[in-house]
Design a protein around this ligand. Structure first.
Ligand SMILES: Cc1cc2nc3c(=O)[nH]c(=O)nc-3n(C[C@H](O)[C@H](O)[C@H](O)COP(=O)(O)OP(=O)(O)OC[C@H]3O[C@@H](n4cnc5c(N)ncnc54)[C@H](O)[C@@H]3O)c2cc1C
Length: 585
């Protein structure tokens, strides 16, 4: 059976030919020594770890699952050892702040490592992923004392992190949450309440589990304004950093779920747990958003990672499986990869994965610029572009990722439905990424309701102008057959954006959101394919470059036209969605 191979050649292509990674890094203080050669060699090693250590645990972890006995979580065989080896090899600290022991490497490398983890073992990837999100929130909002106590051990991976927002009656609408925090009089708080669906809520790797918990102070107003953020560790920590007594942070149950079985998704009881305020009282959601934004990009990358792994396996299977005669008259049985419909499924997954990786690298470059560029205006502009792209990456990548998992399963026919081949696990694992970290519907509302209005409504125009400039620059190398359809799709997106701005209103925005986000994503992917096609021409065509040229054409001819249908649907607006009374459904 085929095993996962990290897409290092494609990464090298992106960093050296599509994006001028070396020049961007040279302009960012602290990254002057970072270049594509270094990045590729680091990621080559990451790929070996993902393929050699994590992928072999993917199926056994899925079949064994996690267990809870006497309040203690046990992860499947091999996971704890793999986690410790991962942390010891320094992978947890890759992009961590050097002030707290991190290696301080760029986000671009982090995002590509995250993709490999998601391809090899999505359940495993959540442990370091959630820890990193918690580190971001603590790093931005906690006191110096909390940072000094918790960040070094979280960045090294010795301690893991969890985010505890959701309650039985408070999911999307966190304003409804009931968990309480009462001052203890010594600067700490007693936290009481039950959270559900908490990923990485506990583990058996050793060390500590640091929970970031949303709760209400006494007398806090109702709704989101009354929410504060607290840090509550599984073990209290002595002044010297050693572990003390167990805190009132208890796993009540493990959720039984469709996929990611090697990941302990916990019902958490905070039984008067000692916690400390992170950020200001009543500003908890703001502080948590730092974590959620980092996590949303990470979740988008999970969609890409699963798509990459599923597509690789489907291609390997389709080359071997003999069925039917060739559509060109070749006597059978022929390998199914020769059938046009099978090719369409494989090419759709590949065109998504390669396009999404390019867009992910572009977004991560903006994050690095936003973190480090010497010019404050450049930093602010890059940060706004990341804000605009975050819901698009989260929702579109996980939707396309799931669709790719299903199409890859389809390539295997009945064998795709049987456990042995691993394809049904990709389908089950990919599905959650469309739901957690804010459902994809809610991401779409974030895009139309909040992000399009940033910079007084000028942010989307700035983004569209950037795409236009790139399309013009790519025209001589990529050719009109590729560039013109993308420019036309961009015009459709601009039209839909203008209609939304003119029609306004929450109902129109809500009715348009999901289709609009997909239209936006297809244009952004088309933009990336034009850039890749332009970068792939000119010199001796290696197999990688030839493949890029064909994939660019496939994307533009066979996937981009979806923008026509989306635009037509959007033009009709909300009336037919809102016409039926709730009782009449
Ligand atoms: C395996 C797993 C792991 C998870 N990990 C974590 C974790 O680590 N920490 C954590 O805190 N939570 C976690 N969650 C919770 C997850 O983030 C929520 O399930 C998710 O945000 C949706 O909330 P909900 O389930 O209450 O759905 P609801 O909010 O009830 O939503 C139901 C449906 O209604 C739609 N909807 C809701 N409100 C609106 C609106 N205003 N406008 C339009 N549509 C709307 C939604 O899009 C969705 O389709 C996890 C969940 C799962 C299943």
């Amino acid at each position: 059976m085929a095993t996962y191979t990290a897409p290092v050649d494609d990464i090298a292509f992106l960093l050296t030919r599509v994006f001028d990674f070396d020049a961007t890094m040279a302009g960012l203080p602290g990254f002057e020594e970072v270049n594509a050669e270094l990045a590729v060699s680091v990621l080559e090693e990451a790929g070996k770890f993902a393929a050699g250590v994590l992928e072999p645990l993917n199926r056994s972890g899925d079949e064994e699952g996690c267990t809870l006995e006497n309040g203690l979580v046990t992860t499947p065989k091999g996971v704890a050892e793999a986690y410790r080896a991962f942390a010891e090899a320094g992978w947890c600290s890759l992009s961590g702040d050097p002030e707290y022991g991190g290696q301080g490497l760029p986000r671009v490398l982090q995002i590509l490592l995250d993709e490999m983890l998601s391809s090899a073992n999505l359940s495993f990837g959540l442990f370091p992923g959630l820890t990193r999100g918690a580190v971001e929130a603590i790093g931005h909002h906690a006191s110096a004392e909390l940072k000094a106590t918790y960040l070094p051990k979280m960045i090294s991976g010795e301690w893991t992190g969890a985010m505890a927002l959701t309650e039985a009656s408070a999911g999307t609408d966190l304003g409804l949450l009931n968990t309480r925090a009462v001052p203890n009089g010594d600067g700490s708080y007693a936290i009481t309440g039950t959270k559900i669906f908490i990923s990485s809520g506990d583990q058996d790797f050793g060390g500590n589990v640091i929970h970031l918990v949303l709760a209400r102070l006494p007398d806090a107003p109702k709704g989101v304004k009354g929410i504060s953020l607290f840090l509550a560790p599984k073990f209290l920590v002595h002044k010297d950093g050693s572990l003390g007594a167990r805190n009132g942070v208890n796993v009540g149950a493990l959720e039984h779920k469709m996929g990611i079985h090697a990941q302990p998704t916990c019902v958490m009881n905070y039984d008067g747990a000692t916690g400390w305020l992170v950020g200001e009282p009543g500003r908890g959601l703001n502080a948590m958003f730092t974590m959620m934004n980092a996590e949303r990009l990470f979740v988008g990358i999970q969609g890409l990672g699963i798509a990459e792994a599923a597509n690789q396996k489907a291609v390997a299977y389709a080359r071997e499986r003999l069925q039917g005669h060739g559509a060109d008259g070749t006597p059978g049985p022929v390998a199914i990869i020769n059938h046009p419909d099978v090719r369409k499924m494989l090419l759709t997954g590949r065109a998504f994965a390669d396009g999404a990786r390019a867009l992910a690298v572009w977004t991560a470059l903006q994050m690095d610029i936003a973190d480090r560029h010497p010019d404050a205006t450049v930093r602010r502009e890059a940060d706004a572009l990341v804000a605009l792209l975050t819901p698009v990456v989260k929702a579109a990548f996980t939707d396309f990722g799931f669709e790719t998992a299903v199409a890859s399963q389809q390539v295997l026919g009945g064998h795709g439905y049987i456990r042995e081949w691993g394809m049904e696990q990709y389908v089950r694992d990919a599905r959650i990424a469309q739901i957690y970290e804010g459902t994809n519907g809610v991401q779409a509302l974030d895009l139309v309701g909040r992000k399009l209005g940033l910079e007084g409504g000028k942010l989307p125009q700035r983004f569209f102008a950037l795409i236009k400039a790139d399309l013009d620059a790519a025209l001589p190398a990529a050719g009109a057959a590729l560039v013109t359809p993308v420019a036309e799709a961009l015009a459709r997106l601009e039209g839909a954006t203008a209609r939304l701005a003119a029609n306004g209103g929450a109902i129109e925005a809500g009715a348009a959101a999901t289709d609009y986000l997909r239209l936006f994503a297809l244009v952004a992917l088309g933009w990336m394919w034009v850039r890749m096609a332009a970068a792939a021409t000119g010199e001796a065509a290696t197999p990688v470059l030839q493949r890029k040229a064909v994939l660019a054409r496939f994307f533009v001819e066979r996937m981009l036209p979806q923008t026509l249908g989306l635009d037509a649907a959007l033009a009709h607006g909300a009336p037919s969605l809102m016409a039926l009374h709730a009782d009449a459904f």
